[in-house]
Design a binder for this molecule. Structure first.
Ligand code: FAD
Length: 527
């Protein structure tokens, strides 16, 4: 019997490599592609900020257009998801709901409640993994039921598992013709809302435009430069270039506009044709494996996004200081390098990985000794690529609460950025108030004389703040605190310890089994 199906888009806002949508089309006589815009859920569970709202609406609009081209459409229904489903299951005589399986507790809870609703109303639920390279459960099973807590161990488990599933074939108009599409007047009734409809500012300054179409275009652009792809070495990329020095694809992966499996196999194909290519952890595939690593650990670690009750995280008495946190968040630390990064984050929703390092270290173990959870929440609100597992995992890393152990290395907020941008062009772009300072002062304008400040048109302490802390004093003090914490909680610190883990510091020699992952002959991708 063929189903009457609601396909519920949650994160997988794409038509390429969408296994559960393909399964829905193959098992249905009628298919309603639905996105439930549950504002309370998106705000309370995902803490979605203004830029991400824009990105989401653009992605939905793009998905709608792409569905229309294949003879269907997207129905965006506003309301509480369970009420919406309950209403429409009955109205449309639905016998099946399909959705991609997600690993965040709030999405799992949503799926469980849809399962309960299915049992009550008599419809089937089909969910398949599509947001990660592997079904994380398989990795946990192979590792004896618990997550591998170091990247090295993780790669070892993957070498036993073999390559990820290949992407499923692209969907065609014929796939959609086999199922009845929603009536056109329904599409009119359930159109993608405009930002003003949601009381969000009408304009976004972010250069990242949401949607599968844009994501695929950016992906193709990167892949045409095969030399860049094969030699990609993350530590050599530049945090303060005016255009991203890495792929900048994270917002598309985060919302599922792009499939990680598609990217992984496109990379494999390029690697297979090259004489040499970089390897994990610093290669591009290595980056996707970091993503996978954090997904795996998060999926089986209680309270992963908080310190309390999180078994892998050091328990630290961080300071509670709302005023200092506010200064950091609003780019008023008085360190131009830190403030420029926080300005880029606020304006554009994306910053380079090493820029994330700089501001996260500054907030936590480096200078302010404020909890990583506070920083994670700010990133969650401001990042376009905000992601439950990756964000928390990296914040634990940067604060040396888990995963990272070279805690004696504290980034200097003056010298870090200078290495790759001695003229301070990045600072001049994001902090125009400082743009007339000579290069020798741009990272530490408080050292300029009063006359020089006047000439630059910016008086420190008046037009731009003095540094909020003394770098040396604060970092020396915090280092002692961290030393003490780690001595006291030695066992917890060891849980995630592996000296080969830091891609920014160490060139890892992979053993043969790990190397096999990227060298293994790649199955041909289905068109
Ligand atoms: P590329 O270097 O081009 O890498 C390709 C893809 O690999 C990325 O798009 C991303 O999906 C994945 N990736 C890269 N680096 C990492 C990493 N360290 N961990 C996990 N996956 C990685 N990334 C997010 O996607 N969402 C977040 O919420 C997030 N929060 C972070 C918070 C902190 C404090 C730090 C230090 C890093 C965070 N990252 C996060 C990881 C990383 O900074 C971004 O994924 C990366 O900068 C995105 O840029 P890109 O797409 O150009 O990356």
């Amino acid at each position: 019997m063929l189903h009457r199906t609601i396909h519920l888009f949650r994160k997988e806002l794409r038509l390429h490599d969408n296994p559960v949508l393909l399964a829905a089309l193959e098992s249905s006589a009628a298919l309603y592609p639905v996105y439930i815009l549950d504002r309370a859920f998106l705000t309370s569970s995902m803490h979605i900020g203004a830029l991400r709202w824009h990105f989401l609406l653009q992605s939905l609009e793009d998905l709608h257009k792409n569905l229309c081209q294949l003879g269907s459409c997207l129905l965006v229904i506003q309301g509480e998801y369970e009420t919406v489903l309950r209403d429409h299951i009955q109205k449309w005589n639905i016998t099946q709901v399909t959705l991609s399986a997600e690993m965040e507790p709030f999405y799992k809870e949503m799926e469980a409640s849809i399962q309960r609703l299915g049992a009550e109303l008599g419809f089937e639920v089909l969910s398949l993994v599509g947001h990660s390279l592997y079904d994380t459960q398989r990795i946990l099973d192979l590792n004896g039921g618990s997550p591998p807590l170091t990247y090295k161990r993780f790669l070892h488990i993957l070498s036993l598992l073999g390559d990820p599933e290949v992407p499923v074939r692209n969907l065609t108009a014929e796939d959609f013709q086999r199922c009845r599409a929603p009536d056109p007047d329904l599409a009119e009734c359930y159109r993608v809302p405009l930002p003003v409809d949601l009381k969000i500012s009408p304009e976004s300054l972010s250069p990242w435009r949401g949607g599968e179409t844009e994501g695929l275009q950016r992906l193709e652009q990167h892949l045409t430069d095969q030399g860049w792809v094969t030699s990609f070495t993350k530590p050599r990329t530049i945090p303060n270039s005016l255009l991203p020095s890495t792929t900048g694809l994270s917002p598309y992966f985060s919302m599922g506009c792009l499939s990680v499996r598609t990217f992984f196999y496109r990379l494999s194909n390029i690697y297979a044709q090259a004489k040499h290519h970089s390897l994990p952890p610093v290669s591009l595939q290595g980056q996707l494996l970091w993503r996978e690593f954090f997904y795996t650990v998060a999926s089986a670690t209680p309270n992963f996004t908080q310190m309390a009750g999180n078994p892998i995280c050091l328990q630290i008495c961080w300071y509670k200081d709302a005023e200092r946190l506010h200064k950091w968040k609003t780019a008023q630390t008085g360190f131009p390098w830190i403030d420029a990064i926080m300005t880029q984050l606020r304006q554009e929703g994306w910053i380079h990985h090493l820029a994330r390092h700089a501001v996260a270290c500054f907030l936590t173990r480096g200078h302010l000794w404020i909890s990583w959870e506070e920083g994670m929440k700010v990133f969650e609100e401001l990042l376009l690529d905000a992601d439950y597992s990756i964000n928390a995992g990296n914040w634990m890393w940067l604060s040396a609460s888990a995963f990272f152990h070279q805690y004696t290395r504290i980034f200097c907020p003056v010298h870090f950025g200078k290495r790759t941008d001695p003229q301070g062009n990045y600072i001049r772009k994001y902090l125009p108030i400082l743009k007339n300072f000579p290069s020798k002062y741009i990272y530490e304008p408080w050292t300029a004389s009063e006359d020089e400040q006047k000439q630059a048109g910016c008086i420190i302490g008046q037009d731009y703040p003095f540094p909020m802390v003394n770098h040396k004093e604060a970092s020396d003090h915090n280092l002692q605190l961290m030393k003490q914490v780690r001595e006291e909680q030695h066992r917890t610190a060891q849980l995630t310890r592996d000296d080969a883990d830091d891609p920014m510091e160490i060139k890892v020699k992979l053993d043969r089994s790990e190397e096999n992952i990227s060298k293994r002959k790649v199955a041909r991708m289905t068109e």
